[in-house]
Design a protein around this ligand. Sequence first.
Ligand SMILES: Cc1cc2nc3c(=O)[nH]c(=O)nc-3n(C[C@H](O)[C@H](O)[C@H](O)COP(=O)(O)O)c2cc1C
Length: 247
Amino acid sequence: MNEVIKLLNGHRSIRKFSEQPVTDEQLHAIISAAQSASTSSNVQAYTIIRVSDHGMKEKLSVLADNYSYVLECPVFLVWCADLFRLRTAYELHENPDGGYISTTENFIVATVDTALAAQNAAVAAESLGMGIVYIGGIRTNISEVAKLLKLPKYVYPVFGMCIGYPDQTPGQRPRLPLQAILHENTYRPEQLPEPIAQYDRTMKEYITQRTGGKRTSTWSEDMKNKLKTPARIHMKSFLEEQGFLKN
Ligand SMILES: Cc1cc2nc3c(=O)[nH]c(=O)nc-3n(C[C@H](O)[C@H](O)[C@H](O)COP(=O)(O)O)c2cc1C
């Protein structure tokens, strides 16, 4: 295996960071790697907001499910899907009332672009010996987060990301067996039961060990529980208010 694949396969989320700062030069290298990701039609439909203000970080950590690491991490980034810049470019040439900015397709373009750039940043940070964790928790109180960050219409925060040097070495979270993920030519539902059963056994062992026996659930039980309760059901109306998903 080469070094890049080794690095990718060594990923684990980091939720406790040392005091060691991340320099601006390092951050700019990380963002440059993010910008090098593929991007749909070269739209580059994302904006990254670095939140360095302590008070704002405090507010964000509370809004984002009270995660202490949002406040404690040396660098906190909010990754925003951004069609505002696309619209700004459009308006240089056309009447602002026109244009198909709010399509579901453009929503997908912006969300995918944001995720691709963010994952490049994650890998770049890890290659420098840092650790990261994504923070989907910023969508829990998304209206308040959008207000705090003064997001214009056609922009929404997809997730946050903590970056810094690790102060912990958590075990790696096992992934589903390849057979569950990789299908040949057509989708094959009959391929799923066996690897899911296998993964249930793996995750039960992993969780039992990681939590000292406090949790013993399997993966499929966790997924069942995930679907039993509605999560962030406000997203649809928020996105529509922000100018997304009109047609
Ligand atoms: C989009 C996204 C949002 C996430 N949001 C959170 C979060 O809000 N809080 C958290 O502690 N971890 C969050 N995570 C981290 C996942 O829980 C983690 O990646 C997953 O359990 C696999 O573990 P690993 O990254 O250590 O391999 C998020 C991951 C992704 C990709």
